[in-house]
Ligand binder design. Sequence first.
Ligand code: BGC
Length: 579
Amino acid sequence: MNKKHSTDKILEQKVDALLAMMTLDEKIGQMTQVRHFEEIPGDAISNGAIGSIIHTEGPLPGSNAASWQATFTWLQKKALSSRLGIPLLFGVDAVHGQNTYEGATIFPHNIGLGATRNTKLVEKAAAITAQESKATGFNWVFSPCVAIPYNEKWGRVYEAFSESTELTERMTRASVLGHQGKRLDQNSIMATAKHFIGDGATDNGVEGGDCSLSQQEVRERLLPPYQAAVDNGVGAVMASFNSMAGLPMHANKYWITEVLKESMGFNGIVVSDWKGYSRFGENDIINAGIDMVMAVDGDFVMYQEGLKAGVENGQVSHARIDDAVRRILRQKYSLGLFENPFPNSSLIPKIGSVEHREVARQAVRESLVLLKNNERILPLDKNVGKIVVVGEHADNAGLQSGGWSIHWQGSSENYSGSTTILSGIKRLAKGEVIYDIDASSDHKDVDIAIIVIGETPYAELFGDIGGEIDAYQLTLTENHKNYINTYINKGVKVVTVLISGRPLVTTEIIHQSDAFIAAWLPGSEGDGIAEVLFGDYGFKGKLPHSWPKSVEDYQDKYGPNYWDSAYAPLFPFGYGLEY
Ligand code: BGC
């Protein structure tokens, strides 16, 4: 027997031995995740009634990394004081760096990483995210999102690497490896492939809508990244808010149990999404194969009582409960939490370190896709006399980072440790740099205008176009178009940098601009953009989605355009100029 198999065997024996000692309440406890500030009855943690803690939007665990660690240490001690002393898993929405902690390194969102095509870089970014997440007290991240967006109206397009299954598959492998290493152990953080399955393939890109693809298409286009994640040992998979042919994915036994667990060989944790129990069929979701429930926002009591009653009245089998708890304990043992339950304070100086930020800056540079460069206006000469930089996105780390940055829906403030596009331009330009935030100052005598425009931050639900909230659009605002017109009308050469979480309809703007760059959502190292504009580095990024010509292109879009030979985009998937 080789070493791997003997370790697995010992681990399984430990899991079985512990399971054999557990009461039903303790088992349901392991299957429960709450927020660290949630109202839970009595001392549920020291009673063994909780298996995991989540941090996302809401009160922070502390004011600095040491106090975040102290909060999680205190909670962990409570869990360890319970009858069986089973340690907690601490999970966080660190989806592009440890983005819930101000001062952490924030990477470009996955769409930008998809543009880099650089799997080694994605692996490094994930390893850094893992380290900074551990440094703030976590052992689990809810990342990567491995969706295949079928329509760019979906407000989570940027969380996914690409509309290409094959590219997503490669990036997923790299991300899982980066987070966890070759195998889950005490040095890894547990990763989560999400959202299983069909999140990005709902009709019209509605978050939580219905995915009407045939089983065959789901298998061919959506499943391969999950297989890559499973083959590389991903510790968790999160169920999706959407339904599949009318049946909520959380309650979909076919896909979760038969396909993911049984055929694909996934032996980790299937975690529900937010309030999955009350939203998607209560005990049906457990029977479908959900192992741990995000019993947040007031769901805790009804979930635990409901599941217990379900077991007692035979609706949920003991075997199903044992399978779920085994999966959870298996990961806790693999992560070494029984021996090493507490955060490591020596990691704190790594948060937002110079070396980490340099990797993020490299990712920013490599993510930029040059779509137009008339008369080779780029790279810019550093000695050019006078540059005007226009647009609120040029000097605002919040705006350049998109959703899931400091806050769930993002922010429009600079945050600590970040640099902006303007700060990068000022650092590199030898001549005069003027900032005209809204193109209202009258500068005629400038040599060049760098106009930075784009989307304001959004995340799930809020970012859908044409959905219930409908606050976003497929084109730029009139305001932003005017920034460009203002400088064009003065006869100034214009370099446009687009900050966006998806390809937007920008045909006219591209036509008007002398150069046009899709910069996606670069994150904390915005100044990396300037390094490419001035030619310290070349353009490497290639489109991770095909680029639309008109709004109609997305009207009824259902599927990756690059598959469709009849479709003529403005720029095809894979396009990107170089110097
Ligand atoms: C999102 C997940 C996220 C979870 C926890 C949900 O609303 O869909 O992606 O991990 O919240 O914050």
